[in-house]
Design a protein around this ligand. Sequence first.
Ligand SMILES: Nc1ncnc2c1ncn2[C@@H]1O[C@H](COP(=O)(O)OP(=O)(O)OP(=O)(O)O)[C@@H](O)[C@H]1O
Ligand SMILES: [Mg+2]
Length: 315
Amino acid sequence: MKATDLAISVKGLKKSYKNKLVLKDVNFDVERGSIYSLLGSNGAGKTTTIKVLTTLLKPDGGELKVSGYDVLGESEKVHQAISLTGQFASVDESLTGMENLILIGKLNHIGKPKDRAVELLTYFNLMDSAGRLVSTYSGGMKRKLDIAMSLVNRPEIIFLDEPTTGLDPQSRHSMWAIIEELKDSGVTIFLTTQYLEEAEQLADKIGVLDKGTIIVEGTAQELKNMLPQGVVEFTFTDEDLLNQACSLTAKYKTTAIREENKLIIYTDGSADTLSLIFQKFASNGVGIKAFAQKSPTLEDVFLTLIGEKEGIGNE
Ligand SMILES: Nc1ncnc2c1ncn2[C@@H]1O[C@H](COP(=O)(O)OP(=O)(O)OP(=O)(O)O)[C@@H](O)[C@H]1O
Ligand SMILES: [Mg+2]
């Protein structure tokens, strides 16, 4: 692939806050016109990555290109290519939606800022509320206006930091539709999320950020394929039995869901392995309340890789 096909290219990104190393060695590429989703738990460094790529924060090291321009050496060119989200502290609640958009248009010296504002308000279905103060908007409307503002200067690449956090399911789905439409219009989208289903729904490529590096990367399907195919789920009547089951299956990758006394075991799917597990439970008096076979979800991948939850064995 030619370097110019890449909207974002990150090699060896490092960033610490004082003595706290947050990004150790982050590497990834984002193809033009695609959606890349950076997935990670709280504090993994998602916002830090966005801040560095949008030139708000200086990295300690790495070769970083956005739209082919060097993030450190050609920051002006980078500014012209990216959306304004994050640079302007989102919406001004004491202005109307229309005023917010016109203000951004004027700050960016675009031609006919009012026309652009009307275009975007119409696109986001906000024309009816255009003349109302933003302080009266719902969370979902504010989020839409925020994205509209980031589109005023027709960016090639837009960075969305957890675009649907705090939205109700309906607003979340309408945000997904907007993001998909943006992609269809040719915009490259880099988004962070903590919602696996969001990454699965939207992203062409998902990168999982953990302990300062991208520990795994691929399409949702590729990530799922990394898990053993034989995902089985046992339910026990109480926590004691669950604990016993955990120690009996310590050699496998497992996830315990303690609230439900469930144990998910990632096996190779062979009949031999399964019968071995059943035998082990039976000979140790670990009675099973329910048994089910599961197809791996992205959640399973995330939990297995990050090993955050209790009961995850490390083979
Ligand atoms: N200005 C700062 N000074 C010191 N430490 C910081 C600063 N900003 C972030 N951190 C720390 O760096 C780590 C990464 O923070 P960051 O905001 O990038 O995480 P995140 O993945 O976006 O998390 P979240 O999902 O909660 O938004 C955290 O441990 C955070 O406490
Ligand atoms: Mg964040």
